[in-house]
Each structure stands twice: as C-alpha cells, then as structure tokens.
Design a protein. Structure first.
Lengths: 350, 379, 84
C-alpha cells in the first residue's frame, strides 16, 4: 500500500557509502534498482532503454563477428585504467583485429558481496566512457552476486558484436614468407603497471597501462592497406606469445630484430628488477600487424598519424620455417629462439 | 640503465670476439665451464656462442641452486604446507620444480596448500608478523649470494621475538661444488670431460671474494676468471681464459673488478657465520652427497630452524631413471644426450630440474638454442 | 645464479634502507650488508638487499678495455683484473 506522505518513493542507492549485498543479485527489487540507477544511466542507449532481457539489433550489411573476454584483473584500479575500461577495450579490440567494425557489447558482472558502490560506479562510468570513445553501445547485461570471499571484488565478462565487410579476410593463418611484421607501439606497459601495484614488489614507476580501444587505429591501417593479412593484439603472454601463435597458425617462421622492438626504459628497468622478459609481458593497447612488405610503409604512416600509433614500427619479417620458430637477432649480435611461454612467467632470483 | 646497457653493447662484443679469434690457437680446443646458472642464461639469452670461434666450447656447470635442489627437499616443503598447514614462503624459481607423487609447489598450491611467492626474505618475515596465529616457513635456497639476506631475517626474527617463523635451509656453497666436479672420475682421471678453466660466478664472488678460488687454480692447475653478469663480461672472461691457457698459466683473475674484491663482503660473511654452520654432507640433485657443501642453522637459532622445529626427517628420492640431469650438471652430457629432452621433458612438463629453472642447461638449450639442432632456413 | 642489478642510491631512509633507481624505476632496498653508503653511490641489488658497491671508476675502465682503448693484454684495466 502506498504511503500517503510520499507515494512511489524508493530510497535511492547510497552510491557514496553503500555496498553490494546478496539482495542485489536476487533478481528482485534491489537488482532492478541497481540496473535502473547505476547501469542504465551510465550506458544510456535505446536498446538498453527497452528494458528487455535481450537487445534487438538491426540487420547488418556484411558478416557478423563475435568475440568474448572475461576480466579478472586485480587490483581493480591501476595507473592508466581500471577493470571497467579494460573490459570494453579488450573485447572491442578482439572484434577489431578480425577486421570488423565493433558495434555492440554485452556486459556481465559477478559482484562480490561487500563491494563498495562507489567503486562499482567508478568502474561503470569508466566503461561508459570507454564505450562512447570507441563508438560502441553496451546494449544488454547481467549481474550476479557471490558471497564475500568468493570473488575478487568484481569479475566482468564482455561479449562484442561487429560487422565484417565482404571481401575482407584477416586471420592468423594468413602470414606468408617475406611479409613485414609491425607493432603499433611500446610493449610491456600494461603488465608492468599492474605489477607496480603489488605491495610486496614495492616499486615506483611512472608507467601507466596502455589500455585503449584500437578500432580507430586499425581502421586507418586497413584503409592504407586493404590487403593486410594478420592483426592480433598481444595481451596475456605478450608479444612473444602472439608471434608464436601466428607462426604456428600460418606454418611459417619469423625473424625479428631486438633493437627494433620499442620498449620504454622504465618498463625495461622494472623487468630487469624482477627478472622478467618484456616480450612476455601483457599489453592492452597494442596491435601486431602483418602485411606484404610493399605495404609496410603505408601501414606505418597510417599508424603514425593516429594518437595510439606514434611509436609504430617494423620489427621483422616472416620467414620460411617448417618448425615455425620465432627467432630474434639480439641487440648483442647473436641469434636466439623466442619461444612460447612455459607456464606463468614468475619473477626469478636466479 | 647505467652499468647495464653498456655491458650489452654489440659493437664492443664484436671487438672482444675479434680478439678471441685472433689470439686462440686454432689447432687446439678450449673447453670452459661457466659454473653459474646466471652465466648459462646470459650465454643462451644473448647468443654468445654465435660470436665465439668453434674451437671454444662452453660446458654448463651446476651453479643453479634450483637445479641442484633434490626432490627430497621439495617434498619436505610440500609436506609442511599440505600436512602441517604452514604458510610456505618461497622464491618464484622453485614453484615448478617437480617433486614426488607428481607434485610441485605450484601443484600443491592448487591442492589447497598455502604457498606464497615472495621476492625477498624480508617478505617472508613480514608474512609471519602479519599472521601471528599461523606458522610461517621460508624455503631458503641459493648460493652464497642469497644466504646473507636469510641470515639477516633469522637475526631479525630473534630480535623481534617472533614465535611463528622458521627457515627450511637449503643454502649451498660454490667452492665445494667446483671441487666435486674436479674430483669426479670423468674429469680427474679419465679426462673425458676436459675442462680447461672456469668462469667464476659474479655475485657469489661479491660476497665471498676471489680468494676462495685460488685453491682450484693451485691444486688442480685450472685457471679461474670471475666474470660479471653481462654478456660483455662473459666474453672478456673467455678471452682472459684463452690467454691463460695459451700462456700455460693457472691463476685466479677477476674480470668483475667493478664489484668483486679479493676479500669479498666482510659484513655479509660475518652475518652468515653468525647464523649458519657447515653441514658435513648434503645431497645435491645429480651430484649425490657432497661433503661440506651446504649450510644449516646454528643451535643458538634452533627455534628458527624448520627442520628442528617440525622434527623433519630428510628422505632422499631418486630421480627418474632416464633423467640425465646429474650427468648434465656435471658437464658430462649435453641436454640433447638425454632421451627425455624435448619430448617427455620440456619447460612445460619438466621431468628434472635442469628443465625447470630458466638457467638450467636443458631449459636454456630448449628455450633458446634448439633451433641450432635442426637445419633451419631463413628466407 | 643470482639475478642482481646495479642501481643508484637516491635516498637514504632511517631504518637502514635506501631508495635506489634503475632506469627511472625506484625501489626501497636494505643496506644492512653494505657500509658507508651515500646518495649517488651505485649498489648491486639482489632480492631486495644491496650486496656491495659498484666502483664507478673500475666500471669505466672495464668498458674502455672492451672498446679497445686499452687494447693489449696490458694497461691499467687489464692489470687490475690480473691482480684479482
């Protein structure tokens, strides 16, 4: 029965001091309020506004591309970004490296009981900003709540849908001997930024995560070289893992030049302190591109013209190699294999 | 990075390489053992062998404290974590070393053991302070470089009156290991593994000084050149060894003059002597029992000795029969001589410790050099 | 073994520790094993502890030796290495 004093009054969420509790995941009024007062205003688009379980999307001219990514990064907030924008960038990039234009995202949240609403708002606002910048809409989503101790604050899973124009074929199996291998900028920034937050490591650095949506940069590269063969973003496992994946898929080898690989001095130094190799450290705002040698300068020029590609450069070539080795000419003058990562890269004392 | 980048300079490398080429006697073979795993790693990581003449042959020695840690010691650590429910603190290097029953520290962690990776012995101490109701054990591995920090935390624990902290001491000693290799039948009598000289460890020597190596030069007539950690240091040390061999000298020389003195770091040595004493014998993976080659915690710090505190009994566990880690650690066989290499035993699925540590001869060869075993065309 | 790197002391802290800088990255480390450390000194750092000081003059001499400015097996840098 409505109160005579204030009909239809619902106490708003306490976004300053409130916390997620089990009722927010029960599917009842509290869940609906969370969507209504937090998610919907931030993501603000007509699809979401319809308030249905799913989003009805217009037909697309071209093939559909879909990609998904789960984000479990800890800490939630780090220099240069947070789990929110990371979850948008990651999936936008996965769609973009297929050569597709990213359009729509879904977002599923697993919230830990006790998560501060202020933190959740910060994350959601960050996602909204990242989506707007990337030109995508977050059109549907879901929230669940798990008991305290069963989640790291929040896990976010995003799925992205995009459109791939007819005639475009970008894929890891396309690299051919003689092709140029390009990278859009410095490597190792994200991983080092995350590690710098670990208390026990206690190192101070100005390195920020490079997390960014790459669809604009990639569109420019594709316009400059429609025949571009391979695009991939070197996330977990770093540049070395991505190159090995492509070599393996394409049945080729690679020869890269260590002195050509851009690494910020502070990233190199942080890796030195910990006994890590920057080649294996995660990136969240870089892309590897492989194209015919003749297209290399055009692609580089297009990347240089974009704010995210100022440090783009050519790092090597694709070779004939039945064993699919990625080899590197060291700065020192020798040659070595850059292998797959074996297990997790653990900081060493030896 | 100052004093790092300059010592990795390719142009200077070519200068030194040219000198090695010019000065060596092309009619003979030079075999040098780099004792220290860090040097093994540098040689593979920078492709130093590509710059050396074919007459110079590098043998990888056992100076990798992870590689020589026997299965039985890891079992003790796993037992403490899984059965006695301690918080087991360890350096990252040991996490994947295979132990008994298909376990390793990282696998025991997946089974519920509270195993925490630390970057410093001080972190282990901090963990003990932060968890006063739990027992905390620090798995202390390493040669003489890593021992002084362990000594410091034991003393700190005593000074702070900590009641829940102890150390599982697996610290080993460099000179004893070198002696053991030189005393091994292959080297001493049969000459099957001719070792013409040693590249001495860089950072161990900062602590112990260059004096302890004089014994090898005199007794065994083998030159020793202590080399810094960077690739140029290693190359310069090889040049100095070539010169000694050519001249018929067997002396201790110090390429790492910017950090190593004859007497070493007296403060560090004193801390170690205060806390530790020699074990009469210690099992090294692949080398068997080696006399006076390892340390244990002195009686006055007994309460911080995990072996005393938990009444641990060491049980040696033999390696997989086909595993050639032992022979490889002694420099008698190459990784490719091992039947398991590259097939059953890879960095992802290591059978023996030479493959687990990135400095182990097998891991280094697999990760950086196995392309040399195969004829590879670069288009 | 032993991953150790040379880093420059930029600040001495009160509890026997110092802040060191390597290539712009700063970390606190313990000076308990090294005496007489001053700002500007280079120390060799291993697992969070300074193990010893790096002698900058010797470092420069060693580099000169590599570059061929001290080309023969003679000269001050080479002599220092032999005196061991």
């Amino acid at each position: 029965m409505d109160s005579a004093v204030k009909p239809h009054y619902v106490r708003p969420l306490d976004l300053k001091r409130g916390r997620i509790d089990m009722s927010h995941g029960a599917g009842g009024r509290a869940s609906a309020q969370l969507v209504r007062e937090l998610f919907a205003p931030a993501f603000d688009n007509p699809f979401l506004g319809e308030g249905n379980d799913g989003a009805r999307l217009p037909a697309a001219a071209g093939r559909l591309v879909i990609a998904t990514d789960a984000h479990v990064v800890s800490p939630l907030f780090f220099p240069g970004g947070d789990i929110g924008c990371l979850s948008v960038h990651g999936t936008v990039n996965d769609v973009a490296v297929m050569g597709a234009t990213p359009l729509y995202l879904s977002a599923s949240f697993i919230l830990e009981e006790g998560l501060a609403l202020a933190d959740l708002k910060r994350i959601v606002d960050s996602m909204a900003g990242a989506a707007r910048e990337a030109g995508v809409a977050i059109v549907t989503g879901d929230t669940k709540v798990v008991e305290r101790g069963k989640g790291d604050g929040v896990f976010i899973s995003t799925t992205g849908v995009g459109v791939l124009p007819d005639g475009r074929d970008i894929g890891g199996a396309n690299a051919r001997a003689g092709d140029a291998i390009l990278v859009s900028g410095t490597i190792g920034d994200h991983g080092v930024a995350i590690l710098s937050m670990r208390e026990s490591l206690a190192f101070e650095t100005e390195i920020r995560s490079d997390t960014a949506a790459l669809n604009g940069l990639i569109a420019g590269a594709l316009a400059a070289a429609p025949g571009l063969r391979v695009l991939r973003d070197p996330t977990r496992g770093g540049l070395a893992t991505t190159l090995n994946e492509i070599a393996s898929q394409s049945g080729v080898g690679m020869l890269i030049d260590e002195s050509a690989i851009p690494v910020r001095p502070q990233v190199a130094a942080a890796c030195e302190f910990l006994g890590l190799d920057p080649l294996y450290v995660a990136n969240e705002g870089k892309v590897v591109a492989i194209c015919a040698a003749a297209d290399a300068s055009a692609v580089l020029a297009a990347m240089h013209a974009h704010p995210l590609g100022r440090d783009a450069c050519r790092i090597g070539n694709v070779t004939v190699d039945a064993h699919r080795f990625v080899q590197m000419q060291t700065r020192f003058g020798g040659r070595r294999v850059v292998d797959w990562l074996a297990g997790e890269q653990l900081p060493r004392i030896c | 990075m100052k004093y790092v980048d300059e010592f990795r300079d390719g142009a200077r490398a070519r200068t030194i390489a040219a000198r090695i080429h010019a000065e060596l006697d092309s009619a003979r073979r030079y075999s040098f053992m780099e004792f220290c795993g860090g040097h093994t790693h540098a040689i593979s990581h920078y492709g130093i062998s590509d710059l050396l003449p074919p007459q110079v042959h590098m043998i990888h020695g056992p100076g990798c404290p992870v590689c020589v840690l026997p299965i039985g010691r890891i079992d003790l650590a796993i037992g403490l974590a899984l059965e006695r429910r301690v918080i087991l603190c360890t350096y990252g290097d040991t996490m994947r070393v295979p132990a008994s029953e298909g376990l390793s520290l990282i696998k025991a962690k997946a089974r519920g053991a509270d195993i925490r990776m630390v970057y410093s012995a001080a972190d282990a101490l901090a963990t003990a302070k932060a968890n006063p109701d739990r027992e905390v054990v620090f798995l202390a591995i390493g040669f003489e470089t890593t021992t002084p920090p362990t000594a410091l935390v034991v003393r700190q624990a005593q000074a702070d009156g900590l009641r829940n902290f102890s150390v599982l001491c697996c610290h080993v000693l460099t000179p004893s290991a070198i002696t053991h290799i030189l005393e091994s039948p292959e080297v001493r009598r049969f000459g099957t593994v001719p070792i013409d000289g040693f590249i001495g460890p860089a950072h161990v020597s900062i602590v112990i000084g260059s004096a302890p190596y004089e014994h090898f030069a005199e007794e065994y007539r083998k030159p020793v050149v202590i080399a810094g950690f960077e690739p140029l240091d290693v190359m310069q040390a090889i040049l100095m060894l070539v010169r000694q061999v050519n001249d018929g000298r067997a002396e201790v020389e110090n390429e790492f003059v910017r950090a190593v003195t004859r007497d070493g770091n007296a403060v560090a040595q004193a801390q170690v002597a205060e806390v530790f004493e020699l074990r009469p014998s210690f099992e090294w993976r692949g080398l068997g029992e080696v006399p006076y080659s390892a340390l244990r915690i002195r009686d006055r710090y007994r309460e911080f000795d995990a072996e005393a505190r938990f009444g641990l009994a060491y049980r040696p566990v033999p390696d997989n029969k086909a595993c050639e880690c032992g022979a490889i650690l002694r420099g008698v066989k190459k990784p490719t001589d091992c039947k398991l290499f590259g097939t059953v035993c890879t960095p992802e699925t290591p059978m023996g410790s030479c493959m687990v540590s990135s400095e182990g001869a097998c891991a280094a060869h697999y990760t950086y050099r196995r392309f040399r075993d195969i004829d590879v065309k670069v288009a | 073994m032993c991953l150790a790197i040379p880093a420059r002391v930029t600040e001495i802290l009160e509890d026997g520790r110092a802040i060191v800088d390597l290539g712009g990255v700063r970390r606190p480390i313990s000076l308990a094993l090294v005496e007489d450390c001053r700002i500007g000194d280079y120390v060799i750092v291993h697992v969070g502890y300074a193990l010893g000081k790096l002698d900058a003059e010797e470092a420069e001499r060693t580099l000169a030796l590599f570059s061929g400015l001290d080309a023969d097996a003679a000269g001050p840098a080479a002599d220092a290495m032999r005196a061991a």
